[in-house]
Design a protein around this ligand. Structure first.
Ligand SMILES: O=P(O)(O)OC[C@H]1O[C@H](O[C@H]2O[C@H](CO)[C@@H](O)[C@H](O)[C@H]2O)[C@H](O)[C@@H](O)[C@@H]1O
Length: 275
């Protein structure tokens, strides 16, 4: 089978462009609150939204993601696909939590409270609550690998009892609802919701793999999609081998965003996009 070309995907209409934040549009930094969009990204997202539907799909809470991105007119999909909003970052924005997740709000709170209490002695732990579950960051601990082991051991049995799932990302343990909704399922819902005929997805972490797999599956059914993996020194090998293209770190991704913007402008001028 011939290799899919980015140009062919960008020619589809309606077109969706879906981006992860941390490690994709913003550099990985010591703490979540220090993270900022890479220079020029907000302007590029604004320009891209003039040509396509643009969504931010993040493991952060939708509101937290929108606080970082600060671009209106985008769809913000947060908490790994559980939260949706079409009108962030306005302060009165409606944020929808998928109804299937409601039963897991309280169990998630209890598990995060347990970690906050039991790991209070460990300097460097950051507990980041989300509407369902949340993240426990250990990047700043003196012994990050040891801290990771402690968090996983502490959560194993209580998570089982609460019916919650434990996942992992970059120097972070995630407390998740036991739902089939992940970035892959969320991407499928986004494509359906916007009735897209083409999609480009970019991400850098384990949770982004689900979206990459979804694009591959949908391609088998004739859908036109393209995936970009952002390579960092700690990249999952599977992420790099599964994506259609690999770019080097966040600057490489930002350069690709510029090229995508330019390709979309050329397609529009030449009228070669598919209505
Ligand atoms: O899906 P994403 O948008 O990539 O979200 C995944 C997690 O990203 C954030 O944590 C990561 O980035 C931090 C800032 O660079 C870094 O300090 C941390 O070690 C990384 O794991 C975010 O804070 C989490 O809530 C997301 O789940």
């Amino acid at each position: 089978m011939s290799k899919i070309q980015l140009q062919d995907v960008l020619a589809q209409r309606p077109l969706g462009l879906v981006f992860d934040i941390d490690g994709t549009l913003s550099e990985i930094v010591p703490t979540p609150s220090e993270a900022r969009l890479y220079q020029g990204v907000a302007e590029l997202l604004t320009e891209l939204a003039g040509y396509a539907e643009v969504a931010i799909m993040t493991g952060r809470a939708a509101e937290d993601g929108a606080r970082m991105v600060q671009v209106s007119g985008l769809t913000y999909i947060g908490t790994h696909g559980l939260e949706w909003s079409e009108d962030l970052p306005t302060s009165s924005a409606q944020i929808q939590l998928v109804p299937e997740a409601l039963n897991y709000v309280e169990p998630g709170k209890r598990l995060l409270a347990l970690v906050a209490r039991e790991m209070a002695h460990e300097t460097g732990i950051i507990v980041q609550a989300k509407s369902v579950g949340g993240s426990i960051h250990y990047r700043q601990c003196a012994n990050p690998d040891g801290a990771r082991e402690q968090i996983l051991a502490l959560l194993e049995e209580p998570a089982r009892q609460e019916g919650m799932v434990i996942g992992e990302g970059k120097r972070v343990v995630e407390v998740l609802a036991p739902l089939k909704i992940n970035k892959g399922e969320a991407l499928k819902r986004y494509i359906g919701h916007k009735q897209l005929r083409g999609v480009v997805f970019a991400g850098d972490d384990r949770t982004d793999l689900n979206a990459i797999y979804t694009v591959r599956e949908l391609r088998q059914e004739g859908f036109t999609g393209y995936t970009i993996a952002v390579r960092h020194t700690d990249a999952l090998p599977e992420l790099l081998t599964s994506a259609d293209e690999v770019v080097d770190e966040v600057p490489g991704m930002v350069e690709r965003l510029r090229q995508i913007r330019d390709m979309l402008a050329t397609l529009q001028q030449s009228g070669r996009h598919k209505e």
